[in-house]
Ligand binder design. Structure first.
Ligand SMILES: Cc1cc2nc3c(=O)[nH]c(=O)nc-3n(C[C@H](O)[C@H](O)[C@H](O)COP(=O)(O)OP(=O)(O)OC[C@H]3O[C@@H](n4cnc5c(N)ncnc54)[C@H](O)[C@@H]3O)c2cc1C
Length: 541
């Protein structure tokens, strides 16, 4: 059986990248069809934090942060060094704010900005042009009932459901609370979701209102070209062959984190864990290559080192790899029992510190996250890591440091020397080796009540604990090379392939070599999709 459709634009993937371009093109009068491989709309975006990093955005002033084009360019260029395409940086500085203004004005999407309290600041806050707060936005809560029948087709994360504004987690620094402050939340019969689920909810509602057709369980498999130009897409929906005839195509298929072969071949270090959408296996990368696209930015991922806490793959574990590494009474060592980084740093740079492949193994893998009883008593994020009942395999415990070292097969004398040196730093407040707690990122997330350094506390009180830390990521990044309008460039000519657009994690459309701030994946994904949508509108006959 086969079915044929005709559209002005066919969009592959219903995450933040796919739906933003869909909305803009549909608002501009294009007939748009979205193909979604799974039975749920939203991809990784729907289970994400929903943070959107946009310099000079229209909500910054409201939280008291000033920004300028010059500072935005300076910061992004300082982050990227000589990596990537500079015209992407210019487009993000100039057009990101326009994208947000557009979504507010034309789609009625509501956002809030993160103020300069807590940790929602630029991730390399020590670089010139960095801002503390303001650049990160998130959508306001979204009531699922607004979607009618579509509500059941939206990918949701139950942890994002709340009648209360989830921004408070950051602004009230809840990661610093002890276990005793933990309250069992009242039964929540709300249908309001926040963060990534809300973002997709808002976008989907706006798309449906513009008569966008979304084909579910429709797996795109091949791009159809007429000469050099896009002519459509072939897909399979159940047992049906589907052909969409369309002169424009937006690829929004996300990364390839669930494709073991591509990970092995393309990434510059192992990726043991990803919380990416399960259907993200690089379909868009491969379809684009077959259609003559250039690739750029491969090898990299949105690194997010991972501590196994007995969760299934596909379940996010942000607490395991961000806030807890910053807390006093914690440190990380490599297999030699030595520290190798400022543990408090942002999760992308932490992932980078594992080292690239050298010989058969990367240099600092697996790392060990070590903490003591003082940390457990002070911070619920550490107490959570010790589940009641029988000790799980992944948790190591020792009455002495030597016992712990033996359990994790690290030389006991080396670990003891490392801890003694670390403890001297904790007392003096100065990390002479890695300068933990000395930059604004560290101090924003650290514990202000911990003196003299908000991120350093001794590891001195038994029992001692260790957890393995593996290379992980939000998603892979890099793929189809796009220009500053989201147009895919031809491998043969270097020019845009007429009608072919891409955005998000199947493309190289972001600041290369860095995670600029909270929302640094969705901000660019949505900006280049917005630009692609506008360009499609300009091509309508
Ligand atoms: C827990 C967590 C928190 C995060 N927090 C943030 C944050 O706050 N801010 C931020 O910027 N980033 C965050 N990220 C990362 C962010 O979610 C992703 O980078 C982003 O969602 C990628 O968007 P995308 O549209 O490119 O891909 P996705 O959202 O993954 O969408 C891709 C879609 O394409 C579909 N698809 C794939 N192949 C095909 C095919 N052949 N045919 C049809 N459809 C196909 C998939 O099923 C999927 O629905 C977070 C990620 C996680 C997991």
């Amino acid at each position: 059986m086969s079915k044929e459709y005709t559209a002005d634009l066919v969009v592959i993937g219903s995450g933040g990248a796919g739906l933003t371009g869909t909305l803009v093109a549909a608002e501009g009068g294009a007939r748009v069809i979205v193909l979604e491989k799974t039975g749920l709309v939203g991809g990784t975006t729907a289970i994400s934090g929903g943070g959107i990093w946009i310099p000079c955005n229209p909500l910054m002033a409201g939280v008291g942060v000033e920004d300028s084009r010059e500072e935005a360019l300076e910061y992004m260029r300082a982050c990227a060094g000589d990596h990537g395409d500079d015209d992407h940086i210019v487009a993000l500085a100039d057009e990101g704010k326009a994208m947000i203004a557009y979504l507010i004005a034309w789609a009625g999407i509501e956002f809030q900005a993160f103020p300069a309290i807590g940790g929602m600041i630029d991730y390399r806050a020590w670089l010139p042009g960095a801002k503390h707060g303001g650049r990160a936005l998130e959508p306001m809560g979204f009531s699922l009932s607004r979607l009618g029948d579509w509500a059941q087709r939206l990918r949701t994360d139950p942890r994002l459901k709340s009648a209360n504004n989830l921004r408070a987690y950051y602004t009230e620094r809840k990661h610093l609370l002890p276990m005793s402050a933990m309250k069992v939340p009242p039964a929540d019969d709300t249908d309001i979701y926040w963060r990534g689920t809300a973002l997709v909810g808002w976008l989907l509602e706006a798309c449906l209102a513009r008569n966008v057709e979304v084909l579910m369980e429709a797996e795109a498999s091949e791009i159809i070209k007429h000469g050099e130009s896009i002519a459509g897409v072939r897909a399979r929906q159940g047992d049906q062959e589907v052909t969409i005839h369309a002169p424009n195509l937006l690829m929004g298929t996300g990364g390839y984190g669930h494709n073991e072969e591509l990970k092995r071949l393309w990434l510059n270090r192992p990726l043991h864990f990803t919380c990416e959408n399960e259907a993200n296996v690089g379909d868009g990368h491969l379809m684009g290559m077959a259609a003559g696209a250039q690739l750029a930015g491969l090898g990299d991922a949105w690194w997010l080192p991972h501590i196994p806490l007995g969760m299934d793959n596909g379940v996010a574990n942000l607490a395991g790899t961000r806030e807890d590494r910053i807390l006093p009474h914690t440190m990380m060592v490599n297999p030699s029992g030595k520290r190798f980084m400022n543990e408090a740093t942002n999760y992308y740079d932490c992932g980078e510190a594992f080292g690239t492949k050298s010989g058969a193994e990367p240099r600092n893998f697996p790392a060990w996250f070590i903490f003591d009883q003082q940390g457990v008593e002070r911070y619920m994020l550490l107490a959570f890591k010790i589940p009641p009942g029988e000790k799980p395999d992944w948790l190591h415990k020792g009455a002495t440091l030597e016992e712990l070292a033996k359990s994790i097969e690290v030389d006991p004398q080396t670990l003891k020397t490392t801890v003694e040196r670390f403890n001297r730093f904790a007392v003096s407040g100065v990390d002479e080796d890695f300068h933990r707690g000395e930059n604004p990122w560290d101090t924003n997330w650290g514990d202000p009540d911990n003196k003299p350094n908000p991120c350093l506390g001794t590891i001195a009180k038994a029992p001692f604990y260790a957890l393995p830390v593996y290379p992980g990521a939000n998603s892979t990044r890099g793929g189809l090379r796009i220009d500053a309008k989201g147009r895919v460039l031809s491998a043969r000519t270097g020019e845009p392939i007429p009608g072919f657009y891409a955005s998000g994690n199947c493309s190289n459309g972001a600041v290369a070599g860095a995670y600029t701030g909270p929302g640094a994946t969705l901000g660019p994904a949505m900006t280049f999709s917005y630009l692609a949508g506008l360009d499609v509108c300009g091509r309508l006959g």
